[in-house]
Write a protein that binds this ligand. Sequence first.
Ligand code: AMP
Length: 553
Amino acid sequence: MMQGHVPYPDEFVKRYREKGYWLDKTLGDDFDEFTGKYKNRVAVSAAGKHVTYSEMAKNVNRLALHFVEKGLRTYDTAILQLPNELEFIYCFFALVKIGVVPIMSLPAHRDAEITFFAQFAGAKAHFMPASFKDFSHQEMSRQARAKAPSLEFGFVSGKGVEPGFISISELLADRIEERIHVESLKRYRPNPMEPGVIQLSGGTTGVPKLIARIHNDYTLNYRGIAKEINVTKDTVTGIAIPVNHNFALACPGVLGTLYHGGRVVLIPTPRNDVVLQAIQNEKITLMPTPPALLIRWMEDPDLARYDISSLEWVIAGGARLNAEVAKKIKPVLGCNYFQNLGMAEGMAFWSRPGDDEDLLLNSQGAPLFDDDEIRIVDENERDVPYGERGELLVRGPNTIRGYFNAPEYNKKAFTADGFYRTGDVVRFYKGRYVSVEGRIKDTINRGAEKISAEEVENHILAHPKVENCAFIAMPDHVLGEKGCAFVLTRDSRSLTLDELNKFLKEERNIATFKLPERLELVTSFPMTNVGKIDKKELRRIIAEKLKKEEGRS
Ligand code: AMP
């Protein structure tokens, strides 16, 4: 068994198998099955290339053989930081076929995150682009390798591979299958009860939490969602958010689409013109998108220049879809929408085709499976009366039972009987449909990208001028929320946002999306009666200030 993984209790394993949720198939088994079935259909379109299922299988098997030959082994971990490009697809499937567990890192992650993943999970390989947004991932990887000796290999996509790194294109050009039989890969097939993919949680603590999803649960995840929202071989799914995210990869995303013989279109950036052009050119029918992107498309003055009539459904998830925005989707974009309350920990709530308007506007959906158990509880963990607000607790066949290698934290994040405490405040809306009312976890949801307040605060506190700080969410019309840092400086010294962010970027090497977008210098903090900084009050203060500023502008 992979060390650090929290298994499901035996009675649940038995139940989930007996009820047909878990089929004891691996991600690689599914891959072999759908590539065998849909051979000459186009599986993935990216950067003007259209790759069939058979070509994809050939490339994936070739890479898997190379990975084995280099020394990667079942249950090793590898940081997969490739962007929305074909190499991502090839490397992802090649890794999972031989049971190497990819850690689904974002291209935006920087040294602080990458070194942490490498050290924490003992990652053996790092997959990265040669060039992406003027940043040298290879330089960063060299630094990470100096601090994390487990990182033996650096695999690089694209042109400009530096000495000491392995070119993925060169591996793809080398027909290793003529020397080593593809059948030999069977030896590396993982156990479906073991982790297949590690997703990341924005988390609420100083460091991100790793979410190890086993093959049985992850295959169920995309199978279940794809079935519920009627994905077929005619589905063309456009991925404009980072493909590494659970939402893009498996809800139903890349995996659910390919499972049914559909086509995946990888879009390299979420920029409006690129996305709208891709919808037009590739005749995309389904798009997972955070509300922030929907708002940008709908407000784009050039929207009418594009023919986006192929678009049938958008899936709004990752952050609350405002009802006023939801009402405009059909009239402005001409398509229908699903609401999705999802989490990389597993459980997903969905609206369903045919839901009435009230349900669709006001609820984030109902769970997928009969065996998805949901509780809504008060601060003493007692179930609240139906319809009242409380914290959402979840347990089910695609929900983890604990974070990877985090026994102490797991005691807080999960109940004694295995329910995941989501930190989301919800209420039952109708039947098993819920509506999200807020959250009690200390995160910032920036356009669906989650940022742990504590993680950023720890970095801010390292600044020599900072005595104390609080990192909180401030409202934003498009992104929903942005991060605002309230800082008390030592001896009332001056500090600017640029100065702070230069430090966070250059000295602390954190991902740009986590940087504060506003700095408020204070001389004292409002405190709660248990002696903590009163963040609720800070959120109120900044919201009010923003409103006033808006009024003036
Ligand atoms: P992630 O694992 O990054 O997908 O983050 C999961 C968290 O995102 C959830 O626990 C919620 O806090 C938030 N979230 C996801 N979808 C929604 C939604 N439709 N409405 C409100 N919050 C959401």
